[in-house]
Ligand binder design. Structure first.
Ligand SMILES: [Zn+2]
Length: 142
């Protein structure tokens, strides 16, 4: 691996491993960020961002450093995701509760991984259910 900064737009996406939703979340992330699949890191773990992933920040920390170091390509993008419709990481927990947990982690990650003077960071929230994907972002408009 080279120590040269990456010269393409970059992102990071964290989600649950559930096979029903990871492709839909990736497609929505790619639509909102205009990133290609080979331009972002993917961290999948049980429960997504509000599940086990929040206790394993190594991947997000590493990718955030890479986003900040990157040159060119505009903003860095960080996606935080979970899903309802019965997540194995939250057995018996209703969708509204999981979404609330995701929003709490999302707000903490916006603070934990801030924009810098040289690199704006856009945070994206994705909550997938059988009915579709709830989406939010910070900053709200860009
Ligand atoms: Zn899940």
């Amino acid at each position: 691996m080279s120590n040269e900064p990456e010269r393409m737009p970059l992102g990071f996406l964290q989600m649950c491993i559930d096979k029903r939703f990871h492709r839909a979340i990736q497609q929505k992330f790619e639509l909102e960020t205009r990133l290609l699949t080979n331009q972002y890191w993917l961290h999948a773990d049980v429960g997504g961002t509000p599940g086990l992933a929040k206790d394993r920040p190594d991947a997000a920390d590493y990718c955030y450093r890479k986003l900040i170091e990157a040159t060119g390509g505009g903003a860095g993008h960080m996606g935080w995701a979970a899903h309802g419709s019965n997540c194995g990481g939250f057995e018996g927990v209703d969708d509204a509760t999981i979404l609330s947990k995701l929003r709490t982690e999302f707000e903490q990650n916006v603070t934990r991984y801030p924009s810098t003077s040289s690199r704006p960071i856009v945070h994206h929230l994705f909550f997938a259910t059988a009915a579709g994907i709830t989406y939010d972002r910070v900053p709200r408009s860009q």
